[in-house]
Design a protein around this ligand. Sequence first.
Ligand code: HPA
Ligand code: ZN
Length: 377
Amino acid sequence: MPEAGRGLTMDGGIRPGSTLAQSVSRSPDTPDVASRADLEALPKAELHLHLRGAMPLSYLRTKFRKYPPGRAIESARPRLRDRMLSQAGIRRILSSANPSREAHRLFAYSSFDGFLASYLFTGYFVREAEDLRELVSTVRQTLREQHVTYAEITVSVPEYIMHGIPLDEIMAVLAEEPDGSPTVRWIVDLVRDFGPDACEELLERVLALRPPSLVGLTLGGREHVHPPAPFRRVYEIAREGGLRTTVHAGEGRGPESVWDAVRILEVERIGHGVRAVEDPSLVRFLAEHRIPLEVCPTSNVRTAIYASIEAHPVRMLFEAGVPLSISTDDPSFFGVSLAEELAGLRRVGFSWSEIGDLAHGAFGMAFDPLAAAAQDP
Ligand code: HPA
Ligand code: ZN
């Protein structure tokens, strides 16, 4: 666990003798990858994947019949309703005589806030434990088809509670571990927008009911409105309760947020973290302390953090020796699979062999050591 300033010299540099080489090294079981087709077939690990972010359009269309969208969001608090209505695609869905036909408009937005409004909206269509079970099963199926053999799936628990599913029923769904691929482990997202006190209270309740498959904690939501520092106690409670830790940081805010994530929350991995690149001493710190970033390049382009893949800092971070795993974040929203995400790295200068190493390395950054077994199912 990193301590504040550990390993840093007075000027913020790192101690002489430290290695900045990528942690991903070639071993006899490192796969040979020479094409996109190889990547499709390769067993892969997703470490940053939101359950509702992987919701297929077909699920949404079916639920629009069960929960007509206009009525579904009637229950929304005024501030949440305003956030959703600020998104043109959502307004189109709500005003349409045939919402299912317009469902795809949910995935068109031009900003991080627009994306989060769409993500919030999908929550109104998961209102019973049976909906949640169906969504989990659909997402599992999609991962299986893509040869994702290990997935840590982030589940925004307070939002499901807000939509009427009791916590014990949510935990019961997460406790179900069907045989076969993929191996799924859960990361609870307490959603920072609810604030530190509510997160603390909910976390205590989650820990009391926690199934073995729930292994980690993150905070999603609006990082630019709710920075990491006030959530220190939440992370202490999580560690005391045996959870592994990550947090969305360095996505909606700059390097100061990533510093707070490592120094104050003492997280083991960072969700995104890419804006760390704006502070060279932070990049050196992450490399030195082997703190992996869960990098989701397409997400960052689609939510307008970067203008294009070519402008994305993933290559710079890699060359600086920061441990990286590559994930899709919200694949339905961003129209990308993990194999496509990995193949896209060719555009920023990665060789096929480096991409194969990254895919391989993700298994070693998993919160459950059993992930290694999923690499060779
Ligand atoms: N960032 C913050 N919150 C989120 C994200 C994300 O990438 N995806 C779903 N909720
Ligand atoms: Zn995310």
